[in-house]
Design a protein around this ligand. Structure first.
Ligand SMILES: [Zn+2]
Ligand SMILES: [Zn+2]
Length: 322
C-alpha cells in the first residue's frame, strides 16, 4: 500500500549513521514545463525579500532579485507549531524553511550577469541568514545553486536555494572538527594556513582579487572543483562586508566563466560551508564556497566508498582553468 502522508520526515540510517530526508512534496516539482514559473511569479508564494536595482523594496511587480518560499519545500516552517521533538533516535519530524533566491533575467546565469546583480544574490543570502538563524531550531542554513539539468536544476530560470536543517551534516561536522583540532594544536586557522600556502605556491591558484582567492584543492573531491574563500579570516558568511560581496561576485563570475570557456559542459553546483547556528563558538572556522562542474558520472566505487578517483593532477587542472 502506498503511503499517503505528505509530511517531511528525517530518518536515520542505523548502519551508517546518515540522515535521510523523506520529502514526498518534492515529487510534485514540475520539470521542463513551457511557462516559466519564475518569470511571472504567479501561483508562487508571497516574497519575503525584494531587491530592485540594489535597493530593498516592497513592490513585487518590479524586482531584479527576489526571495520566495519554495512552493515544493523540503521543509516548511509550519511544522513549528506542531512539534520539533525527536520521536525516537532514528526519526525526526521537524520544521524548517526552504526558500528560493531568483534573479530576474530568465536567460542569464551568474557568468553572464553584471557584478551588481550577482552582489544582490549575496545581499539576499546575508539578510536571510540573519533572519533565519534567529529560529533556535535551525542548526544549519544550507545555501546552494544548481545550474543545468545535469546539476539537478528543475527550472532553467537561474535561482539558488536556502534550506534550514535541524542538525549539522556529517561532512561539515568532520570539516569543523578538523579545523578545531588544528586550531587547538597550532593556535591558527587551518584554512588561513591553506590559503597562504596556495597564494605562495601558485600551482593550484586559479583566480585572486583583493579579498578572495579561488583555487583547486590539493586533494579535490571532484575534477575541476574550485574553492573560493575570503583571504582574511572570516567565520560567518553573514558578516561579509559590502566590498567583499563585490569581490565575491567578481571571482565567482570569473570562475564559472572558466568552466564555460575551458570545459565543454558547464552544468555546475555551488554551495557554501558556513559556521553552524548551534550556540557553540566557531571562531576557529573559515567559511568557503565550493564550485563543482558536473562532468562525468559516479561509478560503484565512488558511490560505495564515497571516494572519487581523479584522473588528472589538481595542479594540471588549475593550469587548464588558468
Ligand atoms: Zn523565467
Ligand atoms: Zn581562517
Amino acid at each position: 500500500m502506498i503511503n499517503k502522508k505528505k509530511d517531511t520526515e528525517l530518518r536515520n540510517n542505523l548502519l551508517s549513521g546518515d540522515w535521510v530526508i523523506i520529502a514526498p512534496a518534492r515529487s510534485n516539482v514540475p520539470r521542463g514545463n513551457n511557462e516559466c514559473p519564475f518569470c511571472s511569479l504567479k501561483d508562487q508564494e508571497e516574497p519575503v525579500l525584494i531587491y530592485n536595482n540594489g535597493k530593498v523594496v516592497n513592490d513585487k511587480t518590479k524586482w531584479t532579485t527576489i526571495v520566495i518560499p519554495n512552493k515544493y519545500p523540503v521543509f516548511t516552517p509550519f511544522a513549528n507549531e506542531c512539534s520539533s521533538e525527536k520521536e525516537s533516535c532514528f526519526k525526526m519530524r521537524t520544521p524548517g524553511h526552504h526558500e528560493l533566491v531568483i534573479t530576474s533575467n530568465h536567460d542569464k546565469n551568474i557568468s553572464e550577469l553584471p557584478i551588481k546583480r550577482i552582489k544582490e544574490i549575496f545581499d539576499c543570502y546575508q539578510s536571510r541568514i540573519q533572519i533565519l538563524k534567529k529560529n533556535k531550531l535551525v542548526k544549519y542554513i544550507s545555501i546552494f545553486q544548481n545550474c543545468g539539468e545535469k546539476a539537478g536544476a528543475s527550472q532553467k530560470h537561474p535561482h539558488s536555494q536556502i534550506i534550514t536543517i535541524p542538525f549539522i551534516d556529517k561532512e561539515l561536522q568532520m570539516i569543523i572538527s578538523n579545523s578545531k583540532d588544528y586550531f587547538e594544536r597550532n593556535n591558527k586557522c587551518l584554512h588561513c594556513e591553506i590559503i597562504e600556502r596556495e597564494i605562495r605556491d601558485k600551482q593550484r591558484l586559479v583566480l585572486e582579487n583583493n579579498t578572495f582567492i579561488a583555487y583547486v584543492p590539493y586533494a579535490p573531491k571532484f575534477t575541476f572543483q574550485i574553492i573560493i574563500a575570503p583571504k582574511k579570516h572570516r567565520s560567518l558568511f553573514e558578516d561579509i562586508a559590502e566590498e567583499e560581496k563585490i569581490d565575491l561576485a567578481d571571482i565567482l563570475k570569473k570562475a564559472i566563466n572558466k568552466y564555460k570557456k575551458k570545459l565543454n559542459d558547464y552544468a555546475y553546483n555551488f554551495f557554501i560551508y558556513n559556521s553552524p547556528n548551534d550556540n557553540k563558538d566557531h571562531s576557529f572556522f573559515h567559511w568557503y564556497l565550493i564550485l563543482i562542474p558536473r562532468i562525468g558520472y559516479m561509478g560503484g566505487f565512488e558511490v560505495g566508498a564515497n571516494m572519487e578517483i581523479i584522473t588528472r593532477y589538481p595542479e594540471d587542472q588549475a593550469k587548464i582553468l588558468k
